[in-house]
Ligand binder design. Structure first.
Ligand SMILES: [Zn+2]
Length: 1106
């Protein structure tokens, strides 16, 4: 009886249900007939299929129930399921899975297995459809195991090894099962690995699809290290088979089979035994030779890439060519805190080889637990609500802070007397005594160098032909008779050739108002360095005039990384081609003598230089080793060194072999910077982006666990670039980013002071001395009061404060260029600058880590620590600049004058554009699941105003890259501490890219000093707009600027990419297998897609530079 609105199929289902309820009483033939009708409808009517798959339909369940009643119906039931799932492709399979189809199919497998003997036809059909459905169901492996279907398939396989028709779908299903780790281990125990080796074999035209599937299944099984161990004995067989297919598959019809074999080798060589078996079986030579033969055929690239991955993994690990990884230079701390990094570094027992570990393999019994789909949520987000609230108590008594009053004279100035001093005595500097690290008498940094200023007065160094020398006399007074422009009688210029020749210093006075070569040398004399540098690098001396041409982000040439890696592998294959000649070495007293013309000359013994060693590998190839940060054994990233003695037109390759980060913008179009002295004296004194064939990849130099935070089995990374030089007798410099030395800062500050107009209030104090004996300048910039009337003085004193700092991380030189832009704008004569000075009092610490900058560190100060992780509890002895900067802020908070804005300038090595990190309670809470009532979450959205304004006016700035989520790992950074402890709502880190922009006006261009300085100036203008928007009249209205809703949506979508940096660094032509343990060619299999970075690697990725 059919109700009018009921479809045919629903009616049939109704009948089936009724039969199921009456079960035993009915002739199964009736049920079979009805089911057959259903099947017919499904097979012929799209409408019916849709109906069964629609919401609320219980069709599938009815089919299953029918089956339970009569197992004889299995054939037709299977047909129903197959018809439902197969046609229509992926989307329909998705619906089928979501309606519980997998479970039903698996139950059908179990039911079918109970028939004796099981129907081959049914099993064939079931496995065919399972093979299609399985990959679409994330829980497929687990379901199959719990259900017992795993063993059904395995037994079927074992009993039908010759039945190729049935074998194929079974293998396909097995492959899906194997992607689950627990299943893979269990299948291995059941002998499935051995089974696969029975199916695969040498070149044959028969059964190639079967072979292909077996190889893929085997590959999936071998991802389990337990299974890999079972397969180690088969490594020679796999290599033999691979070579056989390589030789016979001349038309390349079976690339997938060849790839499958390599996939198995790739997984077996994940374990140490596997790598050993590979080397013993001459795997390096076999894969090297086959790959070389594949090179001309582009379609064989996947084979070459996987081969190179395997070879890199198996390449015997080398030690870095160093006696120790501890920095070459050691700075004796007055007090070494027990348990601190320096104590750890220098308390190792004598004789410990810290360069390499014996036990250098991370192959501990691996826990092969089930890895369920991991959420990509960031577990670094702060979830402790108390840490997201302002800290209530001020830990320090006001009495203690009172000494900082002297840095804020503008807050009490009455100008009755001061006017005279300020306006007519521009060089007025008062002695200010503050507690310092070494309790040395403080000096005024612009005065002539004091006697005994440096802890270790430099002895007269030998003259150097390539760099400008300054010598410091015993009494500490500098003398630079050997410096250019007059090289002096003892020097012969390599550039000019003749004795006594006069070097033409490029005249840049007009283009670089803040630069003066003579003044620079003066500044260098009072700079204290641990290595006691006595030379000046030309670029710092001449200055840098930003080029006017555009420097595009480099498009990566296809196959660069592969070529480089093959050249590295050739070192092993053709050891006789390798020179291995040390041409520069700071670890030995006298650097090797370089024979004329055969090798390049290297040098980096000047401020910010940090090359430790150079080894000539081949005629035109050099391995370079960077020095660690002083009192540390790692942090290699920044570099700055000099090269001379080059041949014009020769194709030089440079490899920096001890890089540590797992990826770099050098893989995404960033170039190194080069400065040619010949170009400079021809009127083009400038750093230019240069280098070709640039890439960054994991190399075969093993990293000691001592330097890898206890992690074993880590490798270093190589940054490689190629270069041909254009000038004979040139001296060239290479740097990670535009250098900006401490002496440069001192020079700029002096020149800025000279720019001061009577309307400008500028005071320069020495905040404190650093551990290395350098002074840390503190600037106060505002406008002089218009008059000495009470009103004006009052307005003057009550201007809100803006507190800026930069360069806590020495390797982030871009931060200094942004700061230069800010300072130059602030001191400028434009009406905007004047308004800005009238609006605020600026307190600026332009270089928080002078010692790190001077000594060529990348990240740390002389205490061997990252100063931007010390803000919670800075030590006056170990972190004086942080301690005193924080004290200034604490003083301000104590007198109720906490700054309106705090911003610390940084550089970001992984991302493009300029952007800000800020702190928001609400946005942090929204990112997590902390329960907090909405009233607790009252928060003004004002922290978004400044970045929003910046995104509207500064072309390099990207709002989409900003984040306001507080992370645990950042709780001791300036931004978070100033927000939480000082109560500054607008507390930021401003990050500038080292690479370039991917949006806005500068899209596709690498960043230069012009853009960085512009950013610093735009920051000022943005502050002026902020002032207008937060003035009392507008205070209520500033919300109109903030389309908070859409902004939040935008950032919240981006939030995950802030942390999971691989998002930022994806996709370009060549697959980057920068991590040899992972990262095969792009893989669409959902089960392996997130394996591209091993866990430890992805954690490292979060460790961004802030
Ligand atoms: Zn930084």
């Amino acid at each position: 009886v059919r109700r009018p609105n009921m479809s045919m199929v629903l009616m049939l289902f109704g009948q089936l249900e009724k039969l199921n309820r009456e079960s035993m009483l009915v002739d199964p033939e009736i049920a079979r007939q009805i089911t057959a009708k259903v099947l017919h409808l499904i097979q012929t009517q799209e409408k019916t299929r849709k109906e069964i798959m629609s919401k609320g339909s219980s069709g599938m369940e009815v089919i299953l129930a029918t089956l339970e009643v009569s197992s004889r119906l299995i054939g037709v039931c299977v047909c129903v399921c197959v018809s439902l799932s197969v046609p229509g492709g992926g989307r329909r399979i998705g619906v089928f899975v979501s309606k519980g189809g997998t479970g039903i199919l698996l139950q059908l497998v179990i039911s079918a297995s109970k028939e004796s003997p099981p129907s081959e036809e049914v099993m064939l059909q079931l496995h065919s459809v399972l093979a299609k459905v399985g990959p679409k169901d994330r829980k497929f492996g687990v379901k199959a195991r719990l259900n017992g279907a795993l063993n059904v398939t395995v037994n079927l396989l074992k009993q039908n090894l010759q039945n190729h028709k049935l074998l194929l779908p079974c293998l396909l299903v097995l492959q899906v099962y194997s992607s689950n780790t627990v299943n893979a281990v269990s299948l291995g125990k059941n002998g499935v690995v051995e089974l696969m080796f029975k199916i695969i074999g040498p070149y044959s035209k028969k059964n190639t699809s079967l072979l292909k599937v077996s190889l893929d299944t085997l590959g999936a099984l071998l991802k389990s290290k337990t299974n890999a161990r079972r397969a180690v004995v088969h490594v020679p067989v796999l290599l033999y088979i691979y070579h056989d297919w390589h030789r016979n598959d001349t038309c390349h019809r079976h690339i997938l089979i060849r790839k499958g074999i390599l996939g198995c080798l790739k997984n077996i060589t994940n374990i140490k035994l596997g790598r050993k078996a590979f080397i013993d079986a001459d795997g390096m030579r076999i894969l090297y030779n086959t790959s070389t033969e594949c090179l001309p055929v582009r379609t064989l690239d996947p084979l070459i890439n996987t081969s190179s991955l395997i070879m890199r993994k198996c390449f015997p690990k080398n030690r870095l060519p160093l006696p120790t990884i501890k920095s070459v230079f050691h700075h004796q701390l007055l007090r070494v805190p027990a348990g601190g990094p320096v104590a750890q570094l220098y308390n190792q027992p004598l004789g410990v080889d810290d360069v390499v570990d014996e036990s250098d393999d991370n192959e501990d019994a691996e826990a092969e637990n089930e890895v369920e789909e991991k959420d990509h949520h960031n577990d670094d987000i702060e979830t402790d609500i108390n840490k997201l609230r302002p800290k209530e108590t001020h830990s320090r008594p006001f009495e203690e802070l009172k000494i900082y009053e002297r840095f804020f004279m503008e807050l009490s100035e009455d100008f009755q007397v001061m006017q005279y001093i300020f306006l007519s005595a521009p060089k007025s500097h008062r002695q200010i005594i503050v507690p310092t690290a070494q309790a040395l008498p403080l000096k005024n940094h612009t005065a002539a160098p004091l006697q005994g200023e440096c802890p270790h007065p430099a002895t007269v160094p030998p003259l150097d032909l390539d760099t400008i020398n300054i010598t410091k006399d015993q009494d500490g007074c500098g003398d630079h008779t050997h410096s250019r422009p007059h090289p002096g009688h003892n020097r012969q210029s390599p550039i000019l050739g003749g004795e006594g020749a006069v070097l033409q210093v490029p005249d840049t006075a007009l283009l670089l108002p803040l630069h003066d070569p003579d003044l620079y040398v003066e500044m260098v004399k009072s700079t204290c360095s641990v290595p006691q540098f006595s030379e000046v690098a030309y670029p710092d001396y001449f200055g840098h005039v930003a080029p006017t041409f555009r420097e595009h982000i480099l498009e990566r040439v296809y196959g660069v990384q592969r070529t480089k890696i093959f050249q590295d592998i050739e070192r092993l294959i053709h050891p006789n081609d390798i020179l291995d000649k040390v041409v520069y070495d700071l670890d030995i007293q006298s650097c090797p003598v370089i024979d004329g013309g055969e090798s390049l000359k290297f040098n980096s013994q000047f401020e910010s230089g940090n090359l430790r060693k150079a080894v000539q590998v081949r005629k035109f190839e050099y391995d370079l080793v960077l020095n660690s940060d002083i009192n540390s054994n790692h942090y290699h990233q920044w570099f700055y060194f000099e090269v001379s003695g080059m041949r014009v037109g020769a194709p030089y390759r440079f490899n920096i072999i001890n890089c540590e980060k797992s990826n770099s913008q050098f893989n995404y179009g960033m170039q190194v910077l080069m400065y040619s002295v010949q170009e400079a004296i021809s009127g083009r004194p400038r750093w230019v982006r240069t280098g070709t064939d640039i890439c960054y990849y994991k190399n075969h130099f093993s990293r000691s666990s001592i330097a890898a935070g206890g992690q074993k089995g880590k490798s270093y990374y190589t940054m490689t670039f190629s270069m041909t030089f254009n000038h004979k007798d040139d001296v060239c410099y290479f740097a990670y980013h535009y250098p900006y030395t401490y002496s440069t800062l001192k020079m700029h500050l002096q020149k800025l002071e000279a720019l001061r107009t009577p309307q400008t209030y500028l005071r320069e104090d020495v905040l404190c001395e650093t551990l290395g004996g350098n002074s840390c300048p503190l600037l106060t910039i505002t406008a002089m009061p218009e008059s000495t009337s009470n009103d004006q003085i009052c307005q003057f004193r009550n201007r809100p404060l803006v507190f800026l700092s930069s360069r806590v991380h020495p390797g982030e030189t871009n931060a200094s260029w942004v700061m230069k832009g800010t300072l130059e704008f602030l001191m400028g004569s434009s009406p905007l600058a004047q308004s800005l000075r009238e609006a605020y009092i600026f307190k600026i610490v332009p270089m928080l880590n002078p010692d790190g900058v001077v000594n060529g560190n990348h990240r740390c100060s002389l205490s061997g620590e990252d100063l931007n992780r010390q803000w919670q509890n800075p030590s006056p002895e170990l972190h004086p600049t942080i301690y005193h900067t924080k004290s200034l802020l604490q003083y301000l908070a104590a007198i109720q004058r906490a700054p309106l804005v705090f911003c610390d300038y940084h550089g970001h090595s992984r991302k493009k554009n300029v952007f800000m990190y800020g702190c928001s309670l609400k946005e942090t809470v929204w990112e997590t699941n902390i329960s907090a009532t909405s009233c607790e979450l009252h928060e003004d959205l004002g922290y978004r105003t400044l970045p929003k304004i910046l995104s509207q006016m500064a072309p390099a700035f990207s709002m989409a890259s900003c984040s306001f989520v507080v992370e645990r790992s950042k709780e001791a950074t300036a931004r978070v501490v100033v927000w939480r402890e000082i109560g500054v709502q607008r507390s930021y880190t401003m990050e500038s890219t080292l690479c370039g922009c991917d949006q806005g006006k500068y899209k596709g261009l690498q960043i230069g000093t012009r853009e960085l300085e512009e950013m610093g100036a735009q920051f000022c203008v943005a502050l002026l707009r902020l002032k207008r928007q937060t003035s009392p009249l507008k205070l209520r209205n500033h919300a109109h600027l903030l389309d908070v809703e859409s902004d939040l949506m935008e950032t919240r979508c981006k939030v995950s990419s802030t942390y999971l940096l691989e998002d930022e660094e994806q996709s370009f032509m060549e697959e980057v297998d920068y991590s040899a343990e992972s990262g095969d060619e792009p893989d669409n299999d959902p089960n392996t897609a997130d394996n591209h970075l091993s866990d430890s690697e992805s954690n490292k990725h979060r460790d961004s530079l802030t």
